[in-house]
Design a protein around this ligand. Structure first.
Ligand SMILES: C[S@@+](CC[C@H](N)C(=O)[O-])C[C@H]1O[C@@H](n2cnc3c(N)ncnc32)[C@H](O)[C@@H]1O
Length: 351
């Protein structure tokens, strides 16, 4: 078969750029963990000696690392003074841990995927699932830290107000469940914003529940938040006014069963809020960087976990149409997309 030179060059260029990004992820993790980005933030142009001194690291390593960052476009290099600068925009993504755009912890996720490669190869061959609890622990830290910032930036200010009476309900004092709560950041952020409401977080992963309890204590909301190990289909149905699923319904083996249990656990005027990875309904409309990221995570994490349970394997790119079908099967009839962001689809449903 004849090879088209131009097309070949394009794919090679793309593959090399992706490979460089893979190497670069290790550099980002180093920059975060060694405090190099934080040392540079707000300082203007610095020599490699100054960066090394501020971060307490060896200059020769730091100089090489700085050049990798300049090549990545993550710091600016000034050739005339041989100095390096982290701009305010770069600091928002790389240095400021409270910024909703802070990305370094996200690299813990592919790090865990590499650790688990053998398990994934085996799973592809046998079709068996891989439970959430079977992964390298870097996964849990990465997911929790990455999502925490998005929730901190948007949950109370944008997502809850997009629900019908969402903010009013929580201000008035409501009972809220956070199903598949992981390390509990979403639960805790809501508990901080709505001190008159009562919150329950449920997850099947005992280590995550332990981390969630520790986080609640650290953030001083232990009086109004309870975290329990429980499956999405059997936590106590105690008349919740709002039941939330943050990035987890598609992970479940039986999302219809989980949504049905939620319906039965609601108070008469209660509703559920699904926060799912943003996706269009058709594969061909998800073929972009975000789709690539989510389909990849979905292959090794989301589908793998679902297959370890009942195995519906909706996938992280299910899209509104398939999610609506799941909710209808579970007995929800008023369903609407309350909000769409480049990363998330927020769906509200009532029986
Ligand atoms: C991608 S993580 C999301 C965690 C958290 N909601 C967040 O946004 O950071 C998916 C979570 O769903 C939980 N999960 C999966 N299947 C579950 C089930 N059947 N019942 C309860 N939790 C489940 C996992 O243990 C995991 O903590």
């Amino acid at each position: 078969m004849k090879v088209n030179e131009q097309k070949l060059n394009e794919i090679v260029e793309k593959a090399i750029s992706d490979l460089a990004a893979g190497y670069g992820g290790v550099m980002v993790a180093l920059g975060d963990k060694l405090g190099l980005y934080r040392a540079m933030a707000g300082q203007g142009p610095l020599s490699s000696t100054e960066v090394a001194k501020l971060a307490g690291c060896a200059e020769r390593y730091v100089r090489e690392w700085l050049n990798s960052q300049a090549a990545a476009g993550y710091v600016v290099y000034h050739p005339s003074s041989e100095t390096y600068e982290l701009t305010p925009e770069q600091a928002m993504v790389l240095a400021n841990e409270d910024s909703p755009l802070f990305l370094p912890p996200a690299w813990e996720v592919p790090a865990s995927m590499w650790f688990d490669e053998e398990k994934t190869i085996e799973a592809f061959r046998t079709g068996r699932g891989i439970g959430w609890d079977e992964h390298n622990p870097r996964l849990y830290r990465g997911v929790a830290a990455f999502y925490r910032n998005a929730y901190q930036g948007q949950l109370v200010s944008d997502w809850l107000p997009a629900l019908e009476n969402g903010t009013e309900k929580l201000n008035a004092g409501a009972k809220i469940a956070d199903v598949g709560c992981g390390h509990g950041h979403s639960t805790i952020i809501m508990a901080e914003a709505f001190p008159g409401s009562r919150f329950w977080g449920f997850d099947i992963h005992p280590d995550s529940i332990e981390a969630a309890r520790a986080n609640a204590k650290k953030r001083g909301v232990g009086d109004r938040v309870t975290f329990e190990v429980a499956d999405a289909k059997n936590y106590p149905a105690q008349g919740f006014d709002l039941i939330c699923f943050f990035d987890c319904l598609h992970d479940m083996g039986d999302p219809v069963g989980a949504a049905r249990h939620a319906r039965e656990a609601l108070s008469p005027n209660g509703s559920i809020m699904l926060v799912e990875p943003y996706a269009n309904d058709r594969v061909e409309d998800n073929l972009n960087s975000i789709g690539r990221l989510y389909y990849s995570a979905s292959t090794t994490l989301c589908c793998a976990h679902s297959l370890s349970e009942e195995g519906m394997a909706l996938g992280a790119q299910a899209g509104e149409k398939k999610l609506t079908k799941v909710l209808k099967e579970a007995g929800f009839w008023t369903i609407r997309a309350a909000k769409k962001t480049p990363f998330n689809l927020i769906v509200e449903a009532q029986p």
